[in-house]
Design a protein around this ligand. Structure first.
Ligand code: PMT
Length: 219
C-alpha cells in the first residue's frame, strides 16, 4: 500500500522479450517473461502513478489500472514508446529488446527443403533507449543492463552512453535470477557514481525498490 509517491505522474514501462519474425510461423526471441516490468508497473500503480505498460507478454495478468498496449517486435515497440514519450514523466525500459532482426521476413512459411543454407541474414534493430536519452527533456529515464560478467562496469557504461538517470544492472549468469524466474539480483547505479547492490530477492520487491528510487530522484 503506497504513500502516493508518484501521484499524478505518468510512468511508461516496457516488459517482455521482443519477437523478430523470420516467416509467418517462426521468430527469434529471448527468455524474458515480462515479470520484472509487470512488478515495476504494479509498484508504480500502488504509488498513485498513471501507468502505460507496453508488453510483449499477453499471458501475464494485466496489472489492475494500467493502460495496456501489446507489441511484438523491437520496431513496433519503438513506435509505441515514441508515441508516449513526450507526455511521460518516467520511462522504465525493462523489456529485453532484440539487438538484431532477420534482414528479410518471408511472406510464406519457409520450407525445410528450400533452406539449402542454414544461415540467416540479420540486420541491426534501433536502440530504443539510446534514442530516448538523446532527446530527453524532463523525463526520468531508467534502463536495465542484463549482464553475465563485469555487471557494474557494463552497467555504468550503458548509464552514461544512453544518458540515463538510473540504471538497474542485473546479473543474468545464474539460473536463479534474471530472465524468466521470479527472483532477480540487481544493483542500482546513478550518474553521481553511487552503486547500491541488493541480494537476490523477489521481482515484486525489486519493483518497489526501483519505484522508491525513482521517487527519490524526482524530489
Ligand atoms: O522479463 P523477465 O523474465 O522478468 O526478465 C527480466 C529481465 C532480465 C529481462 C530484465 O530485468 C532486464 O534486464 N531487461 C533488459 C534486458 C536487455 O535488453 O538488456 P540490455 O543490456 O541488452 O539492454 C540495455 C537497455 O537498453 C535495456 O533497458 C533495454 O530495454 C534497452 N534496449 C536494448 C536494445 C535495444 N535495441 N533497444 C533498447 O531500448
Amino acid at each position: 500500500n503506497g504513500r502516493g509517491l508518484l501521484k499524478g505522474k505518468k510512468v511508461l514501462i516496457t516488459a517482455g522479450g521482443t519477437r523478430e519474425a523470420i516467416d509467418p510461423v517462426r521468430y527469434i526471441g529471448n527468455y524474458s517473461s515480462g515479470k520484472m516490468g509487470y512488478a515495476i508497473a504494479r509498484a508504480a500503480l500502488r504509488e498513485g502513478a498513471m501507468v502505460h505498460l507496453i508488453s510483449t507478454n499477453p499471458p501475464l495478468p494485466h496489472p489492475e489500472g494500467a493502460d495496456m498496449e501489446y507489441v511484438s517486435s523491437a520496431v513496433e515497440m519503438k513506435q509505441a514508446v515514441d508515441r508516449q514519450y513526450d507526455t511521460s514523466d518516467v520511462v522504465v525500459m525493462a523489456a529485453a529488446v532484440a539487438d538484431y532482426r532477420p534482414a528479410a521476413v518471408a511472406d510464406q512459411k519457409i520450407k525445410k527443403e528450400t533452406m539449402t543454407s542454414p544461415d540467416l541474414k540479420l540486420t541491426l534493430n534501433p536502440d530504443i533507449l539510446l534514442g530516448l536519452g538523446e532527446r530527453k527533456q524532463n523525463q526520468v529515464l531508467v534502463g536495465f543492463a542484463a549482464e553475465t560478467n563485469d555487471v557494474i562496469a557494463h552497467g555504468r557504461e550503458k548509464l552514461v552512453r544512453k544518458n540515463l538517470d538510473l540504471l538497474v544492472a542485473n546479473d543474468v549468469s545464474s539460473p536463479e535470477s534474471g530472465f524468466h524466474v521470479d527472483e532477480n539480483q540487481v544493483s542500482l547505479l546513478t550518474p553521481d557514481g553511487h552503486v547500491s547492490s541488493y541480494p537476490r530477492m523477489a521481482k515484486e520487491d525489486i519493483g518497489t525498490l526501483i519505484i522508491e528510487k525513482i521517487a527519490s530522484i524526482m524530489k
